[in-house]
Design a protein around this ligand. Structure first.
Ligand SMILES: Nc1ncnc2c1ncn2[C@@H]1O[C@H](COP(=O)(O)OP(=O)(O)O)[C@@H](O)[C@H]1O
Ligand SMILES: [Mg+2]
Length: 228
C-alpha cells in the first residue's frame, strides 16, 4: 500500500529535516522506493538545490527532478507568504498538490517536509496545514524534548484538528542524557503530551553528533521511530 506523511514541527529548527531525512534514508536503505518533497523552501541564496531539499533527496536515493521535489524556492529567510510579497511571485497551490500527488503515486512511501510550523502562511488564506488536508495524508509532528514543548505540541495538535488533519504521531527530538540531567521536565513530557493530545509518541530521538550524513545516521534515526 502506498503511504505518505507530512512532517511538521512545533517550530523552525526543531529537527524536521533531520527526522525526515532519517526516515527517508532508513526506508530507502531497506530497499523501499521513497519519495520526498519540500514544497516551499525559503532562505536559499543562489542557484541549485536548496539545503533541506538536497538532504531529503540524498536520503531518499531517487532520481526525481529538483522542480518536483522543491517546486518553490525563495531567497529571503521568511514565511512563504512574506516571501511572495517580497518577490512579487505567486505560489500556485494546485501545482504543489499535483506534484505531491505525482510523487506519492511514484513511490511506496513519501515524506513531505513543511516550511516552519503548521500555521505558517502560504498566502492570505492557506497555511501549511492545507497541504496535508488537501492530500488527505497524516502528520508527523517533530517536537523538542525539553521545557516549553508541552504548550507548543498541544497547540500544534489542536491546530491540526481544527483544520481537519489527522496526526499519526509525535517524534520528540534531541533527547540527551545531558538535557535529562539539567531539565527534569524531559522525564515527564512524553507521557503528559500523550495524555493531553491522545496522540502517540512514535519516537524519542537522541542528539546524534558522532555520525556523518549517510546510511548509518539515517538508520540510527529511522529505527527509533515506529510508523504504524
Ligand atoms: N537528533 C539530532 N541530533 C543531532 N543534530 C540534530 C538533531 N536534530 C536536529 N539536529 C540539527 O539541528 C539543526 C536543525 O535541525 P533541522 O532538521 O534543520 O530543523 P528544521 O528542519 O526543523 O528547521 C540541524 O543542524 C540538524 O542537523
Ligand atoms: Mg528543515
Amino acid at each position: 500500500m502506498r503511504r505518505a506523511y507530512f512532517v511538521t514541527g512545533t517550530d523552525t529548527g526543531v529537527g524536521k529535516t533531520f527526522i525526515t531525512a532519517g526516515l527517508a534514508g532508513h526506508y530507502a536503505t531497506q530497499g523501499h522506493s521513497v519519495g520526498v518533497m519540500k514544497p516551499i523552501e525559503t532562505g536559499h541564496e543562489g542557484p541549485g538545490w536548496p539545503e533541506d531539499a538536497l538532504k531529503l533527496h540524498h536520503a531518499a536515493q531517487n532520481d526525481d527532478e529538483q522542480d518536483m521535489v522543491v517546486p518553490y524556492i525563495f531567497q529571503p529567510p521568511v514565511s512563504p507568504w512574506a516571501a511572495t510579497k517580497m518577490s512579487g511571485r505567486v505560489i500556485d497551490f494546485s501545482a504543489i498538490i499535483q506534484k505531491a500527488t505525482d510523487i506519492m503515486a511514484r513511490h511506496q512511501i513519501t515524506f513531505i517536509e513543511g516550511a516552519g510550523g503548521l500555521a505558517v502562511p502560504i498566502d492570505e488564506i492557506l497555511t501549511m496545514a492545507d497541504i496535508p488536508r488537501q492530500l488527505q495524508i497524516p502528520l508527523i509532528i517533530v517536537s523538542r524534548s525539553g521545557l516549553g514543548t508541552i504548550n507548543h505540541t498541544v497547540l500544534t495538535v489542536e491546530y491540526a484538528k481544527s483544520r481537519g488533519v489527522d496526526v499519526a504521531g509525535i517524534v520528540m527530538n534531541q533527547h540527551s542524557q545531558e538535557l535529562m540531567k539539567r531539565d527534569p521536565s524531559c522525564w515527564h513530557n512524553p507521557a503528559i503530551i500523550e495524555k493531553m493530545t491522545n496522540v502517540p509518541i512514535i519516537g524519542v530521538v537522541p542528539t546524534v553528533s558522532a555520525l556523518r550524513e549517510g546510511p548509518e545516521l539515517w538508520t540510527s534515526v529511522g529505527e527509533k521511530i515506529r510508523l504504524g
